[in-house]
Design a protein around this ligand. Structure first.
Ligand SMILES: *[C@@H]1O[C@H](CO)[C@@H](O)[C@H](O)[C@H]1NC(C)=O
Ligand SMILES: *[C@@H]1O[C@H](CO)[C@@H](O)[C@H](O)[C@H]1NC(C)=O
Ligand SMILES: *[C@@H]1O[C@H](CO)[C@@H](O)[C@H](O)[C@H]1NC(C)=O
Length: 248
């Protein structure tokens, strides 16, 4: 009798393990949860340590640093005065994000999420290539680019829809759409006039007095790259499981 119990227990255990594909670090939020917003908030916050280091088994890269694709800003289009290429972009501090507001909406197609996030401090490093006239200065050169941004505050909407992949439902997100407001920003273009340190200092001073103007030029590119990366991370997670597993 005791043996039978043991066998049944082991069988139940095996069945449960086989069906429970969601790893323990992902907290599942049932669709009928009375406070879905709070549940998803907790779920994301509990996932933070994994997000910082990355989740190799789901193909999610680590957030620290956040590596972004090359940003090309072309002075020919959109009335931009700045022609810059930023390559080898690394963003530090993204994991310090705070979710100020999160509103999930269940739709016919799946889920939409509206969220309001603040990152208190971001440090960006890159290599720049600049060929511009800005603020009456002829800026031409290349070298390391550094920027510090405080209160990187964005409001986004992420639309998710159910897709069928190999007969199973998954939630897939479209690229999220965001508005961005930032606090203070400081920028350093290193080695801009390498052979003329006085001019380099003067130029960087002018640039910093107008750091907001400069950052406004590169903001759409940075925002697009960050939004794309976050959408990729969200999709890596949601597409690894079925819709029913994630939102029972
Ligand atoms: C949901 O939870 C949050 C945070 O715990 C709380 O502020 C909010 O009032 C709750 N909403 C409802 C409808 O219970
Ligand atoms: C940026 O890169 C593009 C293509 O790689 C190049 O054509 C352009 O001249 C570069 N712009 C600057 C300012 O270096
Ligand atoms: C950014 O902040 C760090 C310290 O937090 C400082 O060492 C660095 O000089 C700052 N860079 C810029 C471009 O302001």
């Amino acid at each position: 009798m005791a043996d039978l119990k043991k066998i049944v227990f082991v069988l139940l255990f095996v069945v449960q393990v086989a069906y429970c594909k969601i790893p323990s670090y992902i907290k599942v939020c049932p669709r009928t949860h009375q406070n879905l917003s709070a549940c998803i908030y907790d779920s994301i916050m509990e996932l933070k340590p994994q997000l910082i280091n990355g989740i190799p088994e789901l193909g999610v890269p680590g957030l620290e640093p956040l590596l972004l694709d090359t940003i090309v800003i072309d002075s020919l289009g959109g009335g931009t005065r700045l022609a810059t290429n930023l390559t080898d972009l690394k963003v530090f501090g993204a994991s310090g994000f705070d979710i100020l507001k999160l509103t999930p909406t269940l739709t016919k197609k799946g889920y939409n999420f509206r969220f309001d996030v603040n990152i208190p401090k971001l440090r960006i490093t890159a290599m720049y290539e600049l060929d511009s006239k800005i603020l009456f200065l002829d800026l031409k050169g290349k070298g390391p680019f550094y920027a510090n941004v405080s209160d990187y505050h964005f409001e986004c909407i992420m639309k998710g829809h159910k897709v069928k992949i190999e007969e199973r439902n998954h939630l897939e997100f479209e690229d999220m759409k965001c508005n961005l407001v930032i606090g203070d920003v400081s920028v350093l273009l290193d080695k801009l006039f390498e052979r003329n340190p006085t001019l380099a200092k003067a130029t960087n001073d002018v640039i910093n007095d107008n750091a907001h103007v400069l950052f406004d030029e590169i903001k759409p590119g940075v925002l697009k790259a960050v939004a794309k990366r976050f959408t990729e991370i969200a999709n890596k997670i949601t597409l690894s499981f079925t819709y029913e597993e994630l939102f029972p």
